[in-house]
Write a protein that binds this ligand. Structure first.
Ligand code: CTP
Ligand code: MG
Length: 220
């Protein structure tokens, strides 16, 4: 049974402040999207890839995939207003042969193959989904109007990364429901099914602002 990857790249990248979407901002001398796309293409864990492009950037995305000789790319979907809507658009292009869908942020270009192995191994062990996480270094507070109202138990908290892997049936079902407030896919699946955590990786840092671009470039 096939493993499909949905690579979400449709965000505007407002915090990066570039004149183009974040996926096409330059990481060294290439569009940011190139790095994660190439790594998914090269991974033996992945059979097929769907790119989710910013509206109007479908053609440059397909051209990039062609330039990189990414033969696993079978579709390019147009993204939505929110990340969850973009995931929904990408999953709509995933074939019926998919047993597992891996959702990955193009904003996390440095994707180690070991993390794909970890999330997919968890699914083989019977989980409905698996998410790479990192422990939090800082103490986390709940803050309202500038005032601390609660200190959260750090040992129970983790920072979620991508790639997140799900049984295709579980993800499709979750995406059929209300997407409001969902900042990642696991939050949609975890309320219905069993989602495991696996160790994440520091190199999977999400590029948010300009300083992150430089940091991520140093990981290459
Ligand atoms: N994403 C998407 N569609 C959206 C919003 C986000 O496909 N409507 C993708 C982004 O392209 C990125 C990932 O989801 O790969 C994580 O989003 P984020 O880091 O917030 O990226 P942007 O939304 O582009 O950045 P910003 O919030 O600064 O505008
Ligand atoms: Mg965003």
């Amino acid at each position: 049974m096939a493993v499909w990857a949905v690579l979400v790249a449709a965000g505007r990248g407002e915090r990066l402040g570039s004149n183009r979407p974040k996926a096409f901002a330059k990481l060294r001398d290439r569009p940011l999207l190139a790095e994660s796309l190439e790594r998914l293409e090269a991974s033996d864990w992945i059979d097929s890839i769907v790119i989710v492009a910013p509206p109007g950037w479908e053609e440059p995305s397909i051209l990039l995939a062609e330039e990189l000789a990414c033969t696993k790319v079978v579709a390019c979907a147009t993204g939505g207003e929110t990340r969850a809507e973009s995931v929904r658009a990408g999953v709509a292009e995933v074939g019926d042969d998919a047993a597992v869908i891996v959702v990955h942020d193009a904003a996390r270009p440095v994707l180690p193959d070991e993390v794909l192995e970890r999330v997919l191994t968890a699914l083989n062990e019977g989980w409905d989904g698996a998410v790479p996480v990192l422990p939090l270094a800082d103490t986390v507070k709940r803050v309202r109007d500038g005032r601390i109202v609660e200190t959260l138990p750090r040992e129970e908290l983790a920072a979620a990364q991508t790639p997140q892997a799900f049984l295709a049936s579980a993800l499709r079902e979750a995406l059929g429901g209300d997407l409001a407030g969902a900042t990642d896919c696991a939050s949609l699946v975890e309320t219905r099914g069993r989602v495991a955590t696996v160790p994440g990786d520091r190199t999977l840092l999400k590029v948010t602002d300009l300083s992150d671009l430089e940091l991520v470039a140093s990981f290459l």
